[in-house]
Design a protein around this ligand. Structure first.
Ligand code: GDP
Length: 613
């Protein structure tokens, strides 16, 4: 349906391109947004910059004024302005979709010239690539070059030409390094005024968000990129294209969704269909709201009501039954000629991929996020080879008691490490916190995905280490031992003997038996000394004094000289449980030969006893 409507687009009417700002923490994303928002137009209403729901609108007039020094007034500006999404760097807002494609038409990837590429830069880069979103790179904080001369709001090339040689040289050195770092990520980049081929080289715009240097360049480059290379994408389409940014309760108004209306018109009273976590929601628009003009923003809760409104704009929609709406999905309008079931299916299609990620076994962690986009990013991370953590449940919105109860089931399933909720950018209710403590459910929260990954990875590493520690008390490492006849220090309970490790690894905790005497068990290795020093582990070729402690009455009766002697080889007992533990927790500690010994000991036992391990 939307594809059909696209055919009606008007080449002469361009809509506002939608811009996102991304990058690592502290690179200056917020400062760049602040700078873009700053206006010299005195009267906020006279074509000035306006604050919208979830976005800032920079009108044509303001763009012309801010870039005048750069283009000397000769610039063919055809877009009505730019709509910049307000929450810079927030994954939940940069991974938003609308009808299959990314909500953001264009992105600014911010890199700190002092730090180069950082982990989140690379993450953002990958996200932009996978969404095929065009972007420019702001190489920010150029004013931090030693002895930099500030030229407030100057275009980049002009301010560079006014710098002393050493400042310019430092800039060039840092720039060159960063070009190489991008090349390592498989990306060609170039200063935008030296760009040999804008189709294959990404534009770099050196900026300072503090002094405003390079800000004219950013604005102009963004607009040029839209007009020249994305013209078709930003042609206005009369059909509604709208993305849910956030679901909110407003006192006195009920439930509302903050949306970006990209194309088309919304009208009061229209029936809309949005995706809900428990199915599609059909409801009616009760009110269409936008904030008061800037100077009146302080008047809390006062909005302007609209009968109808046209994209691209950030809008608040009030309607009943939106509590379970999923941020990050499309909002559709149900016209009289439409089939409601079809629309309900369409809004849910964005969520199919996410729902498919939930593990069928029912075992795994719980994942909660503020939007579909951030939920996807989290699931992507958990699925990656380095992590591979199953997910048992997902939710969008605050963490409630019910979620904690869901996660606590993992204790019953003997997977305590999965009794965990990863909560990204969502509040955790007081009751949920209390219940988490009571039921021993860990709740990790963060509003930067990257931080959540770090916390969780550290936690999983600790779980693994603890598991290994616990397992090492019970796991049997593969070994063949030979008693040294003149080194028998105690013949029974405990047996203390000198042994040569013929093959494999002897490790404290390993259960020892004697194949030649019908696999009788004699106890487990309690301690070892190598050259009078206590060791936990000894390997083939080493000789140690070993204490073998009985665990059962029959083991305590095993006597050196009667039940066995130095002519009998001692080997570790192989069991299914122990082999599984070796595989799960000690894979790296064993060599190929050690693994061969595991198989040999197992086969030998099976042949001798007729039992299968
Ligand atoms: P964000 O985490 O990416 O949003 O980064 P912020 O915008 O909060 O900036 C992080 C820090 O860097 C703040 O202390 C800013 O004042 C500072 N900063 C941002 N841009 C610039 C810049 O262009 N030059 C200098 N010198 N400092 C900057």
């Amino acid at each position: 349906r939307f594809e059909l409507a696209k055919a009606k687009r008007s080449p002469s009417k361009l809509r506002c391109p939608i811009i996102c700002i991304m990058g690592h923490v502290d690179t200056g994303k917020t400062k760049i947004l602040d700078n873009i928002r700053r206006t010299n137009v005195q009267d906020g209403e006279a074509g000035g910059i306006t604050q919208q729901i979830g976005a800032t609108f920079i009108p044509k007039e303001s763009l012309l004024e801010r870039t005048a020094q750069l283009n000397k007034g000769e610039w063919d500006l055809r877009v009505p302005g730019l709509l910049v999404i307000d929450t810079p760097g927030h994954e939940s807002f940069t991974n938003l979709r609308s009808r299959g494609s990314s909500l953001c038409d264009l992105a600014i990837l911010v890199v700190d010239i002092m730090h180069g590429l950082e982990p989140q830069t690379i993450e953002s880069l990958n996200m932009l690539r996978s969404r095929k979103t065009p972007f420019v790179i702001a190489l920010n904080k150029i004013d931090r070059m030693y002895d930099w001369t500030e030229n407030t709001n100057f275009p980049t090339q002009e301010t560079l030409s006014l710098q002393k040689d050493h400042a310019r040289r430092e800039f060039q050195d840092r720039y060159d390094k960063i070009v190489i770092e991008f090349a390592e990520q498989g990306l060609n980049v170039a200063k935008y005024w030296e760009n040999p081929d804008p189709r294959t080289f990404i534009n770099i715009i050196p900026t300072s968000a503090i002094t405003g240097e390079g800000m004219p360049d950013i604005l102009q480059t963004l607009v040029d990129l839209c007009q020249n290379r994305m013209n078709e994408r930003i042609q206005y389409v009369p059909a509604v294209q709208c993305t849910v940014l956030e679901v909110k309760m407003i006192e006195g108004l009920g439930t509302s969704v903050d949306v970006i209306l990209i194309n088309g018109k919304l009208k009061e009273g229209q029936t809309i269909v949005v995706a809900g976590l428990e199915g599609a929601i059909t409801t009616q628009i009760r009110a269409l709201l936008t904030p008061q003009p800037m100077r009146e923003m302080r008047v809390k809760g006062s909005y302007i009501h609209h009968k109808e409104i046209e994209g691209a704009q950030g809008i608040k929609i009030v309607a009943t039954g939106l509590e379970k709406a999923v941020a990050g999905t499309s909002l559709l309008v149900l016209d009289p000629e439409d089939d409601e079931m079809e629309l309900r299916e369409e809004v849910l299609s964005d969520m199919k991929g996410v729902l498919a990620r939930v593990d069928k076994s029912g075992e795994g962690v719980y994942v909660q996020a503020s939007t579909l986009g951030s939920l996807e990013a989290l699931l992507e991370f958990l699925k990656s080879d380095a992590v591979k953590i199953p997910v048992a449940g997902i939710a969008i919105g605050p963490v409630n008691k019910r979620d904690v109860m869901g996660a606590s089931v993992m204790h019953e399933r003997k997977k305590p490490e999965y009794a965990t909720i990863l909560a990204f950018d969502v509040p955790v209710t007081k009751e949920a916190h209390a219940m988490g403590e009571e039921l021993n459910v860990r709740i990790f929260t963060a509003d930067i995905i990257y931080h959540l990954f770090d916390q969780f990875t550290a936690y999983m590493e600790k779980v693994k280490a603890d598991k290994r520690e616990a397992a090492s008390q019970h796991v049997n490492f593969p070994c063949i031992l030979q008693i040294m006849p003149n080194c028998v220090f105690n013949k029974r309970d405990p047996i203390v003997v000198g042994v040569d490790i013929v093959k494999g690894v002897a490790r404290v905790g390993t259960q020892i038996c004697i194949p030649s005497q019908g696999y009788i068990d004699i106890g487990k290795i309690a301690s070892m000394e190598l050259n009078h020093k206590e060791v936990k582990k000894a390997t083939a070729g080493q000789s140690v004094a070993m204490k073998i402690e009985p665990r059962t009455p029959s083991e305590s009766s095993r006597l050196y000289g009667r039940h066995f002697d130095h002519k009998d080889q001692l080997v570790s007992r192989m069991t299914r449980e122990s082999i599984d533990m070796l595989k799960e927790s000690f894979r790296e500690e064993l060599t190929k030969d050690d693994w061969r010994l595991v198989v040999a000991l197992k086969t030998q036992y099976e042949k001798a006893t007729g039992e299968t391990i």
